[in-house]
Design a protein around this ligand. Structure first.
Ligand code: CMP
Length: 139
């Protein structure tokens, strides 16, 4: 079993399409507790730092431009087995491959416009949470 913390972002396209409410509802219904949350807008530079593990890949420019194109919702979520359970809730990175009923199947448009981000490991959940939130912003 993995740790109790994961990190998510509701991406610009999902915010623009008014899906913040439905996505947060699904997150709550799946048993996640919101430990921290903010509505913010990444600069291109911040998006490049956040996604620096993907630097050099073909989609890096598109990804970081898109992620800085409008506001996002960032949140730390808590639940037993958080990373794996959240990845199951959101579905595959490519919405065409995501299972029925997953957040990406319902709300994503494409691989790059895939509605939400979810940490891929406990280690990255901590790094990503620390990128956005100080200790005082966690409840
Ligand atoms: P995310 O979970 O935010 O983590 C990295 C993002 O890069 C991923 O969601 C996708 O939006 C994007 N991504 C990953 N692989 C590709 C790809 N092959 N083509 C375009 N975008 C990709």
């Amino acid at each position: 079993m993995s740790g109790i913390q994961t990190f998510t972002m509701i991406k610009p396209v999902a915010v623009k399409n008014n899906y913040i409410g439905p996505i947060l509802h699904m997150i709550n219904e799946a048993g996640f507790r919101i430990k921290a949350m903010k509505f913010t807008h990444l600069t291109k530079q911040q998006a490049m730092v956040f996604y620096s593990v993907h630097e050099g890949k073909s989609f890096f420019e598109d990804l970081t431009s898109f992620m800085s194109s409008g506001p996002i919702v960032a949140a730390i979520l808590e639940k037993d087995n958080a990373v794996a359970d959240f990845r199951q809730l959101i579905g595959a990175t490519d919405p065409a491959k995501a299972e029925q009923g997953t957040i990406r199947k319902l709300y994503a448009e494409s691989m790059s416009h895939n509605a939400v981000h979810g940490s891929d490991s406990d280690e990255n959940a901590i790094i990503e949470s620390d990128f956005f939130f100080s200790k005082m912003e966690r409840y």
